[in-house]
Structure formats: C-alpha cells, structure tokens
Design a protein around this ligand. Structure first.
Ligand code: ADP
Ligand code: MG
Length: 259
C-alpha cells in the first residue's frame, strides 16, 4: 500500500467513524476488492455497502427491542404445537402474527388452565411484534403491580407510567394468580385504562371472567377493566390440561403406567 492509499484509508476510517457507519467501515475494503474483481461500477459498490449497514442496523435494533421486552423465556410460534391445543384458533393466531391488531390498538385475551401454553403463545406473539419493529414489554402481573406500588412509594410513578405509555404492546402475564391489594388493583386498573385505545394489551389468565372480581377486589373495578380489555379484543381459549402433564402421561403410558 503506498502512502497515498494509507492516507485515504486513514481518513476514510475517521470519516466513517464520525458518521457512525461501523459496518461500512469494517466491510468496505473487502467489498471494494470483490467489486474490483467482479468489475462492478461504483454505484453498485455503494449500494452493497449501504445495504450491509442497513441490515446490520436493523438486526441490532431488533436485538435491542427483544432485550427491552424482557421476555421471561424465548418461545417462538414455530415451537407451538397447535395440534396439541385444538381449541386455539390457528388461523386467528397466524393473523395476529401480522400485528394488525397492534396498529388497530386491539387486545388479545388468553384464557386457560395452568400449563396450557398461554405464556408461550403470548411470548411468541410478542417476539413477532418485536421482529416487526414494535416496542413491546412483557410483565408478570404480580411483578408489574409490585413495581407500580414501589414506584408510587418512591414518587416515580409518573416516570414508570410514561415509560409504559411509550409501548405499542404490553403483555400482562398471569392475571389472577395472586389477588392484588386494593391499591395494587387500582394501579393496575390505571395502567389498563391508560392503555385503552392507545396501546395493545395481551392478557393471559387462568381465571374465567366471573372470578376476576376475586383478583381485583371490587365489582366496579372488574367491570371497568373487562369493559376496556374486551372492547376490540381477540379471545383465545386454551382448553384442556397442561401440555407437559399430557406429554409426561404419553411418555409413561407405554411403560405400563396408567397415570
Ligand atoms: P401457561 O402459561 O398456560 O401456564 P406455559 O406457556 O408456561 O403455560 O407452558 C408450559 C410449558 O409447556 C412451556 O414450556 C411451553 O413451552 C410448553 N407448551 C405448552 N403448550 C404447548 C404447545 N401447544 N406446544 C408446545 N409447547 C407447549
Ligand atoms: Mg404462564
């Protein structure tokens, strides 16, 4: 490499860094050599480099969105066995993957016994939304309520609410495992109310609607929550027994067990 080339390379590296184009920086020499070999023109060289930069940016943004969503487990739709849960309307789920419900600010409610795949399916829909550029956050309801109560005590409730308001999809997992306190129920109601027609919400629960009062404590609050959540809502019923239990039974059966 002669001194002119060295100077060009050094300056180019500096400029690409200043312009925050790390992929072009790392790939330009390789791509330039290949384009020269293949006798491609300058514009096609530039196009290839800018495409590489864009792809890498999108990949990183998707990674950041996935991290920010704080899923408790990473579960895809591919690994969801629809045959094992025939009550789930597969065409409806495949339609939801397209995320139009998020653009229309609609909600999804998943109701079923423990182990029927609610968290799995909610996570899979959330991951799909992340992949399509949506801002998603996954919460276990109990954790969200604890966080809201702490934020209220520490006087940063407004900040937490503002963070939640920036989301496009809020996943509230396991509504109903622990009855929330009156304050907790009201804080949760406040989040659901604020999300109404602004942020899509996916709620998973093991409770039929009649029992929601037990969690939220008051009929007035339950009525108001249900009213907001079920307006423009897709309901997915996960009927039957736990997926793992069913699998365990199937595994044991040939050994003579009759569990
Ligand atoms: P729930 O939230 O309804 O209690 P989970 O989503 O936590 O149930 O499911 C329990 C376990 O069973 C998870 O490991 C999940 O991946 C698996 N599972 C449940 N249903 C299915 C299914 N239909 N296909 C594949 N795995 C499933
Ligand atoms: Mg669950």
């Amino acid at each position: 490499m002669n001194s002119k080339e060295t100077k060009t390379t050094v300056l180019l590296q500096h400029h690409l860094k200043a312009l925050k184009l790390p992929t072009i920086l790392s790939e330009c020499e390789k791509v330039a050599a290949r384009c020269a070999r293949e006798d491609r023109d300058h514009l096609s060289f530039l196009l290839e480099l800018s495409e590489l930069e864009l792809l890498e940016r999108e990949r990183k943004a998707a990674e950041r969105r996935l991290k920010a969503a704080r899923f408790q487990m990473l579960k895809s739709l591919d690994s969801f066995d629809f045959r094992a849960r025939p009550s789930v309307n597969k065409p409806m789920v495949l339609e939801l993957v397209r995320c139009e419900y998020i653009e229309k600010r609609q909600n999804v409610l998943m109701i079923g016994n423990p182990g029927t795949g609610k968290t799995h399916l909610a996570t899979a829909l959330g991951m799909e939304a992340c992949a399509r550029g949506k801002r998603v956050r996954f919460w276990r309801v109990t954790e969200l309520v604890t966080m809201l109560m702490e934020a209220r005590e520490d006087r940063h409730l407004m900040r937490l609410r503002a963070q939640l308001a920036r989301l496009e999809l809020l996943i509230l997992d396991e509504l109903g495992y622990v009855p929330t306190s009156k304050v907790g129920a009201e804080l949760l109601f406040d989040i659901i109310s604020s999300a109404y027609e602004r942020t899509s919400v996916i709620v998973t629960t093991n409770l039929p609607f009649e029992q929601w009062t037990e969690v939220l404590g008051s009929e007035r609050l339950t009525g108001a929550v249900l009213d907001r959540l079920t307006h423009r809502c897709h309901i997915i019923e996960m009927k039957g027994e736990s997926y793992r239990l069913k699998q365990a039974k199937r595994r044991r059966a040939p050994l003579g067990g009759h569990l």
